[in-house]
Design a protein around this ligand. Sequence first.
Ligand SMILES: Nc1nc2c(ncn2[C@@H]2O[C@H](COP(=O)(O)OP(=O)(O)OP(=O)(O)O)[C@@H](O)[C@H]2O)c(=O)[nH]1
Ligand SMILES: [Mg+2]
Length: 375
Amino acid sequence: MSYMIPKSRVPAFVDFLQIRACGGAGGQGLPKFGGFGGDGGKVIVVAKKKIKTLKQVLQKYPRQMCKAPTGQNSDKFHLLGENGGDITIQVPVGVLVHKHDGSIVDLNQENELCVVAHGGVGGNHTTNFLGVKGDENLIGLELKLLADVGLVGFPNAGKSTFLKAISKAKPKIAAYPFTTISPQLGQMEYDDGRMISVADLPGLIEGAHQNYGMGIKFLRHAERTKLLLYVLDINAFQLSHKYPERSPFETLLLLNKELDEYGHGMLEKPSILAINKIDTDASGRSLARLMDLIKNLPASLDQVSEDLHPSHLAQFDEILTMSALNNSGLVVIKDKIREVMDVQAELQRTEELAKTKTLSQIGNIHKEQNKRRLV
Ligand SMILES: Nc1nc2c(ncn2[C@@H]2O[C@H](COP(=O)(O)OP(=O)(O)OP(=O)(O)O)[C@@H](O)[C@H]2O)c(=O)[nH]1
Ligand SMILES: [Mg+2]
């Protein structure tokens, strides 16, 4: 009999996985001789590049349970019981560990780790020589999205409408903020068959970097994207009567500010600004005003209150307009996305080539030196 879940029952795409992590219990002490039981083992989550998906993790722990060994009991021949060994759960790089206490740990690099369940201490005089039970914690493993393009914007800006228009994805769209509550993925297909993946993220609001709204939780999913598409509503935005009304320029600055404060290289990513709902600005007056303010940055910052000023201004590769609802302007945006991605890929290739070149030059220098030494 196998403990493995039959292949048909393992979902094809797993981006969240719960695991019950149990630390080992401490071994029993030996009161007669004052012997110490060994400590129970810990459960540790560690990021490994060789693990690519959470599905692999599920296949390794089909019962979604991971238990570390118990510490050894003390006996008259082994007064100090051996500690139970630790268990490591190997997960892909880019996993967010949701710990039982509500904290979230980002495992972004090879071998980064976090302890998710401690073992109990071995029995000794302070515990009446009884081994203590280990932690039993329910943890969540969430894999950060891996998409080429991330859609960022305030709620209601039209991000999901854009995703729906350019891909086969069917995200929920509605005229109220926070319609999207979890990241949605879509594939943008080009005439020559090239595919670029797009992640629609829940809307950001003022204070997102401090976890207002759905904040940081979802910004994490934008970290691994290669390009950000800022979606901006040409109309003013007001989250509720408790919040001030923000002009499109203010919304843009706030978005910029939130991404800047969040850090993680968000502002350094290639980015395109897509000004949406252009169909609602028939006279073109709002657009003209907004473009004027953008062109006159940073001087135009004087026109808005200082607490909206970002410390670094985002640099856009392009500023374009669209009506995601009416399918207008989308082809230009699609093409620009591809162009920026291609330029980035080319830059990366040249950088890598330069690196290998330097390495081979170093190799040649060594060869030259060896030659000289031989002469
Ligand atoms: N007139 C007009 N309305 C639009 C356009 N794009 C989106 N909308 C409308 O704006 C509202 C919000 O659109 P969504 O696509 O749900 O906005 P979102 O940015 O995904 O919002 P959240 O998920 O809440 O962050 C919906 O009622 C859309 O129909 C547009 O180009 N023109
Ligand atoms: Mg949405």
